[in-house]
Every structure is written in structure tokens, then in C-alpha cells.
Design a protein around this ligand. Structure first.
Ligand code: MRU
Length: 354
């Protein structure tokens, strides 16, 4: 490990939010500086900030910006306008539960405030608390998840789940990182993750900064490497975990889980308990974001499909609980039956046995 400085992609100074523009990485480090919640919503929609925990924290700061902008309004105007801003922020992307979760917590903080100024202060301090808690959760889930990975056994990860996708440290990438920090060494593979290339552009960039030797593969190479024995464990993040343990994550996750099951390779998920949505019974009712077809028909600005080609571009898929060996959270590791274990972890801070 190089001891490179931690990547911090979300920075808050009272009343001002800075977001590292993830669409420009790894080529350039460009920052979006804003005091306007609508600009944060745009940044989330356009994938400038992405990854479930990161968009949850960005959403909380967007709520703080909206509240600060309205703090001199009379209370009825303040509350009506804050409601509108909340609806806008919560609808920026539909699949990750963290977004709605963060907005809901901010609205609860506003509801118990004595005045608009008090509400703005409460939301801003809640946002900074959620930010710090996410980093702490990721470090803890890294410690719980690291024992799942073994010296010398190849690990595959998908999409980007590192510091960029979270408030810091990472979930699935955090588990790999902790195992390396503990001295384990194993081959690490990252999928490129079409169409946004989060794996190629962001995960490989993070691994390079951390000094973790990783190998990039195209998405379609994964099953073959699993079959050939080069990959002995898969670890991914999650955008929403339903009450029964079904997991929504980046498109392609389900295919990796099927390939892993076919070859008896363990398939692990790493996510903070804020990603568990006990109100959603199973994965069939998780809303799956469909993104513009142009993300598939073009590559680096060049057309790669005939004009007018029909496209489907689901950004996420659902992996059934039955294909998941374990879910590492900051409170412990959930194993089958996942529904029961997740309910315990999400509701009681109880630590399950790894
Ligand atoms: O579309 P993205 O890049 O926001 O999707 C991100 C993922 O699917 C991640 O795997 C997930 O959010 C977990 S991140 C810690």
C-alpha cells in the first residue's frame, strides 16, 4: 500500500458544496462548486457524483443548501419550498435507497425545528453527521468483510464502490482494501462496467492510488475467468437491499452471481445498513433506473450503433438472495437466511457472527 492521501470527492464548507466531477476522471480532476441545490440534483442525474452512499450524502448537503437559501422566508413558505426541493432531490435517481433515506432524515430534522434558521442549521449538521457516519460505517464493514477474502484467492469486483462512490473508504472496494491493509495478497480483478466504465475509469484509478495491483477485464470476460479458477470470490456493493435479501446493484451484477453460483464461487455483497430497505419486501418491486439510449449507442462521443437503433439501458439489476453467500455491513455479516439476519442488523445494532 502506498499510503496515498484518501480520495475525498465531497467537501462541505458551511453553505458551499464541492463535488469532484466523476465524469472527468481519470483524465482530469475537476470540481463542481455550488451553493444551489438544483445544481446538486443535476450533478446526481448526470452521474457527476454517483454511487449509492455518495448520492445519499450529496442529497443531504443539497437539502442543507436548499434550507439555507430559504432560511429568511416566513415558516409556511420555508416548509412548502423545502418540500418541493426534497421531492426534486429524492427523485434525481430512483434505485439507490440512500437518496430517499437521506432526504427523509433531513425533513424529520426540519419538522422539529423552532424556526427556518434553526431548521437550516439542523439539516446542515445532520448532513455532516451522515457524511462522517458513512466513512466510519465503511471502515467497520471493511473490518467485518475482510475475513471473507483469502490470501492467494482471486477476487472480482464490479462497478466502483470505493471512496468515490461513498463518503470515503468504500464498501466492496473497502473490504478488498482492508484485507490488503491487513497484509493479505490476492489477485484483484475489476470489470470495466459498461456503459459508464466506472470500473475502468474509477475503480482502476482508486486501486492505482492505493497501490493495489488490479487487472481490468471487459464485463463479458468474467464468467470465463471464474470458470477457469482465476476468480475464487466476487464482492460487490449494493444500491438497495430488500427485506428478503435481494440486492439491486449495477447492471451485470446478476450475471456475475449466476456465474459464481455455477462454479461454487462465493458471492459477497458489502453495504452499510443504510442501504437495507426493510419497507421493500423483495427485489421485484425495487425501481430500476433506465438511462438514455445514447449512453449505449455512443462511446467517447463516437456513434457505435446505427442511427435510430432500439436500445434498452437498465442501469441496475436485482440479484436474488439465494445467490448471495453473505452481506457484510458495519454491524456484522449477514448469512442465510438473509431476511432474518438483515432485519436483526438493520433494527437492533446487533452483531451477527461472521
Ligand atoms: O450508476 P452508479 O455508478 O451510481 O452505480 C453504482 C453502483 O451500482 C455501486 O455498486 C453501488 O452504488 C454501491 S457503491 C458503494
Amino acid at each position: 500500500m502506498t499510503g496515498a492521501t484518501e480520495v475525498e470527492a465531497i467537501l462541505w464548507q458551511p453553505g458551499r458544496l464541492s463535488l469532484l466531477d466523476q465524469t472527468r476522471l481519470p483524465g482530469e480532476e475537476v470540481w463542481i462548486e455550488t451553493t444551489d441545490h438544483a445544481e446538486v440534483v443535476r450533478a446526481i442525474r448526470e452521474m457527476r457524483v454517483r454511487g449509492a452512499p455518495a448520492i445519499g450524502v450529496a442529497a443531504a448537503y443539497a437539502m442543507a443548501l436548499a434550507a439555507i437559501a430559504l432560511e429568511s422566508s416566513p415558516p409556511p413558505v420555508f416548509h412548502a419550498s423545502l418540500h418541493r426541493a426534497a421531492a426534486d432531490i429524492a427523485s434525481a435517481r430512483p434505485t439507490a435507497v440512500n437518496l430517499g433515506w437521506a432526504v427523509e432524515h433531513c425533513m424529520e430534522a426540519a419538522a422539529s425545528a423552532a424556526s427556518p434558521i434553526d431548521a437550516a442549521n439542523r439539516i446542515a449538521s445532520l448532513a455532516t453527521r451522515l457524511h462522517a457516519e458513512d466513512v466510519a460505517s465503511n471502515r467497520a464493514l471493511g473490518r467485518h468483510g475482510a475475513p471473507l477474502l483469502r490470501d492467494g484467492v482471486g477476487v472480482l469486483t464490479h462497478c466502483n464502490t470505493g471512496s468515490l462512490a461513498t463518503a470515503g473508504y468504500g464498501t466492496a472496494l473497502g473490504v478488498i482494501r482492508t484485507a490488503w491493509e491487513e497484509g493479505k495478497r490476492f489477485p484483484v480483478f475489476a470489470t470495466e462496467t459498461r456503459p459508464w466504465l466506472q470500473g475502468a475509469r474509477l475503480t482502476m484509478w482508486e486501486f492505482a492510488r492505493l497501490g493495489i495491483a488490479a487487472t481490468l477485464i471487459v464485463d463479458s470476460a468474467a464468467a470465463s475467468l471464474i470458470r477457469g479458477g482465476e476468480i475464487g470470490a466476487v464482492v460487490v456493493g449494493a444500491d438497495r437491499i430488500a427485506a428478503n435479501g435481494d440486492v439491486a446493484n449495477k447492471i451485470g451484477t446478476y450475471a456475475l452471481a449466476l456465474a459464481a453460483a455455477a462454479h461454487e464461487v462465493p458471492f459477497y455483497v458489502a453495504a452499510p445498513t443504510s442501504t437495507i430497505d426493510l419497507a421493500t419486501a423483495d427485489g421485484d418491486i425495487i425501481p430500476i433506473e433506465e438511462r438514455p439510449g445514447a449512453e449505449v449507442t455512443t462511446f467517447a462521443g463516437q456513434a457505435v450503433a446505427p442511427l435510430g437503433a432500439n436500445v434498452r439501458n437498465p442501469a441496475f439489476d436485482v440479484t436474488p438472495a439465494a445467490l448471495i453467500s453473505a452481506i457484510a455491513t458495519e454491524r456484522g455479516v449477514a448469512r442465510a437466511p438473509l431476511g432474518e439476519a438483515l432485519r436483526r442488523l438493520a433494527t437492533f445494532s446487533a452483531v451477527a457472527t461472521p
